[in-house]
Design a protein around this ligand. Sequence first.
Ligand code: KIV
Ligand code: ZN
Length: 502
Amino acid sequence: MNQLIIFDTTLRDGEQSPGASMTREEKVRIAKMLERMRVDVIEAGFPIASPGDFEAVRAVARVVRNSTVCGLARAADADIDRAGEALKEAAAGRIHTFIATSPIPDQVVERAVEAVRRARRWTDDVEFSAEDAGRSELDFLCRITEAVIKAGARTVNIPDTVGYNVPDQFAHTIRSLIERVPNADQAIFSVHCHNDLGLAVANSLAAVLAGARQVECTINGLGERAGNASLEEIVMTVRTRRDVFQLETGIDTTQIVPASRLVANITGFPVQPNKAIVGANAFAHESGIHQDGVLKHRETYEIMRAEDVGWNANRMVLGKHSGRNAFRTRLEELGVSFASEEELNSAFARFKELADKKHEIFDEDLQALVTDANLAAENERVKLLYLRVCSETGETPRAQVTLAVDGVEHNATADGGGPVDASFKAIDSILQTGTDLLLYSVNNITSGTDSQGEVTVRVAKGGRIVNGQGADTDIVIASAKAYVNALNKVLQPVERAHPQLL
Ligand code: KIV
Ligand code: ZN
């Protein structure tokens, strides 16, 4: 086996990051992007978690044709049947069933075996995970692994659920399992590492060297707490250090940066500039000596080429004179389709407005345009109708805002430390939601001062955390849109409650 299977769990474990919830449409967009990237397995969600999760997995299973679509299920009949239902229309569907460790090992093994057997009634492609395996007794792991393979699990996943392992130790666990379990040759060994100590990628790669042939990972390393192993780092390490790994992945690496941007844009989790592979500075050689070196002998300093991971995908795609067809075609290539002519027309009108303000329109602008419209359209009780900000040297900035709340117009004026602060205060004085602002960040979507600003705000209320996003060539308006988007989410009833994984 010289193939490494890439199992992406951005839509499931990634989504479990507080504030990273995605709608069904957003999941479908990301899934199509993952399929274009040729990810082997896309874990689309946890169907029993909520009706919304079920529908999202079903929608992904319907549209994805070239990757396996996977649904997560605890080792309980109802969970497994719900996952099986959600995956019915998949071209290739996998049920991933997991069990938490417990002080009574016999019962755990028995339940795990029953769960795998039940899942096999729905599909031949069954994966089993023993949660927190990274801290479990090796003898017990050998025993449960042998039993679930016998019951029909084709993939056995070893999660380091709390990110506690270190590479040598984790590699030892994988190597020992492969050596000691008598039927180990009948299954693929997989790893799923969390990044609490910053070791998720290192642990995953050590496990690969010890014989694991599937890695579970996420775009941008999104995931619970400190996240999961990052897909881009795993894929590019295996590719760049083929001499060490002697393995191939099926990934089209030129889709990595576009996928990273799409996930950051949809979830509102921006990528740090110095993040490997996908950070804005990942290929920027600042020091004079390096720049000189790069120009003379590119390969001396650049172990990878920026274009191989899709950095040059940032090309001008459309402009002021582009027609409706070109607009629709490019968005379809990006995985966005329109439910009706009316939807297309309104998106096209927004595109024309943007093209008036901004000369060159890039893929990232189109993504932001669609995300912004989706955000505005979904479940909104509050609409931003008008914003005027006055900001000048020596004067206190003042914002005047008009919101429609459940269809009724409200006006407010507020002063603030800056134009964004004044706008948020004016919005607060109308909505009085009592939320705390946890994060405010602005990113330019493309380069240049005419770029759209993409704003993320994170707010908390009563232990619930939500993100809001907004994009506009005017960053104060983008900020107000993002704030209103977050507050709209706060005003919604809580729909999702993920069953505890630990
Ligand atoms: O971290 C974990 O243990 C998980 C399992 C469900 C695989 O996410
Ligand atoms: Zn996990």
